[in-house]
Design a protein around this ligand. Structure first.
Ligand code: IFM
Length: 475
């Protein structure tokens, strides 16, 4: 082992993230303001760990002042959350703003400014209004793209003079992949056509919102937050390498390329055609995507994804699914986070950074989410009741080091944001795996308490230096 110290650049973001539906709770929510997540929870509560879900979450909507003080104590430079589309409007068609909910954002923005922490806002973190899912099939409909743009317009009118760093989506691929491709989540439908239509409409909505923001002349930037899975082939054999390229094409480049380069990869379009995936994109829509690429991307990077060439032939009668081109592969001896079942490999950050340099012209980006969810964290409390999450400190240090190393190598990496600021509700896993710098104690009225990692994060910010033990070759 040897110790290495790296200095954080002055302009480097050291922040944390969350989302509206995972923290706010339903306090003040009006009938008809359910989001997709709320509807799923109401339909299928039994799949949510111990019955917890978005209903109370961390009650951030009532406790944000206390939480912003804790952000300050933990040394955050930036905090990212979302605005809940389902709650920001009382009428999705006319764009009537819910003054009560909007007023809460006015107060949150003011409080963050008072504490000197920059707020980044995302317009959609899965919070599609449930009513638009029922009425129009959600993002399958071009009407919903229009209604989303109207919602964005209302949000910008209200806050764009106070908040200058905007994001259209968080992980736009996730909902339709879980619902329509893999049928793992309510309403459990399998349709690759619908999956691709949702992908396209979210790419279109991104371009429309970027266009709107620029046309109105607002100060600031609009980006989007993607979750590319850094994909490694099992071996250097051409069939395994091909499997990794295919995975990358269907799950990563389907959003990265339109957002940054303004176009779908030609190979993806050819494969969708070959497999008769039915989705609709007009020439005007493709031109709009080409003309309105984002200003920056946030990248959510958690684990390496490994694949191998498929070992079984595809059944002709099974409808097309991208997995006909790959199979998942588990690396023997890998380091694991057993709570989440994700491999731990900090090198993914550096590898993604090099890819951004090589394939995307060193486009500006930052780590928008990275973190470690751990089950039953109470077992790590010391005699004073503070969670001693040394494993999280090690996890953050390892990944942050790779981001800083990449930056020294010329990567355009603007910062690192942890998922999450406090423990919060995950889809289905609810409060099972704890991600926060701050503990939410469910047995004691959701009392907040800084974990050891929150103090460490603060010292990182104060010193501006990361010191880490690096593995040397055994002598
Ligand atoms: O909780 C989620 C978040 O909503 C999106 N990114 C991954 C997190 C942890 O699973």
């Amino acid at each position: 082992m040897s110790k290495v110290t790296v200095t954080l650049p002055d302009d480097f973001i050291l922040g944390a993230a969350a989302s509206a539906w995972q923290t706010e709770g339903w306090s003040g929510k009006k009938p008809g303001q359910d989001s997709y997540l709320d509807a799923w929870y109401q339909h299928d509560r039994h799949v949510w760990h111990k019955g917890y879900g978005p209903a109370v979450a961390t009650d951030f909507i009532n406790r944000f002042a206390e939480d912003v003080a804790l952000m300050k104590a933990a040394g955050l430079t930036h905090y990212r959350t979302s605005i809940n589309w389902a709650r920001f409007l009382t009428d999705y068609e006319s764009g009537a703003v819910d003054e009560e909910y909007a007023g809460y954002y006015d107060r949150l923005i003011a409080e963050m400014a008072r504490q000197g922490i920059e707020l980044m806002l995302c317009l959609e973190h899965y919070e599609l209004p449930a009513r638009l899912l029922e009425q129009y099939g959600g993002w399958a409909s071009k009407k919903v793209v229009e209604l989303f743009t109207l919602y964005a317009e209302r949000v910008f009118e209200r806050y764009a003079h106070k908040v200058t760093r905007w994001f259209v989506f968080n992980e736009p691929i996730v909902v339709q992949t879980r619902v329509y491709l893999d049928a793992l989540r309510w309403p459990y439908q399998q349709s690759t056509d619908t999956w691709m239509q949702w992908n396209h409409h979210k790419n279109l909505a991104t371009a429309k919102v970027v266009k709107l923001f620029r046309e109105k002349g607002y100060r600031g930037t609009v980006g989007t937050i993607l979750n590319p899975e850094v994909t490694y082939p099992r071996s250097t054999a051409p069939h395994d390498v091909r499997a990794a390229q295919m995975y990358d094409l269907f799950y990563n480049r389907v959003f990265l390329d339109p957002a940054i380069r303004g176009e779908y990869p030609a190979e993806l379009l050819a494969l969708l055609k070959k497999h008769q995936v039915r989705w609709q994109a007009t020439d005007d829509e493709l031109a709009l995507i080409a003309a309105h690429t984002v200003d920056e991307v946030g990248l959510n990077l958690y684990y390496p994804h490994r694949v191998k060439a498929p070992s079984h032939a595809w059944h002709a009668e099974t409808p097309f699914h991208p997995s006909c081109y790959y199979q998942h592969f588990d690396l023997p001896g890998r380091r694991m986070n057993p709570s989440r079942g994700w491999e731990i490999q900090p090198q993914i950050i550096y590898d993604m950074a090099m890819r951004m340099m090589r394939d995307y012209g060193n486009f500006p980006w930052f780590v928008a989410e990275n973190g470690m969810g751990v089950e039953d964290e109470a077992r790590f409390k010391n005699a004073d009741g503070q969670i001693q999450d040394d494993y999280r400190i090690e996890f953050i240090a390892g990944h942050l080091y790779q981001a800083l190393r990449a930056r020294l190598a010329g990567a355009n990496c603007k910062g690192y944001m942890l998922w999450a600021f406090t423990d919060n509700v995950s889809p289905m896993n609810a409060f099972k795996n704890r991600y926060g710098l701050i503990e939410i104690d469910l047995d004691n009225q959701r009392r907040r308490r800084m974990k050891k990692s929150a103090h460490w994060y603060r010292s990182l910010r104060d010193s501006g230096q990361l010191t880490i033990d690096i593995d040397d070759e055994p002598k």
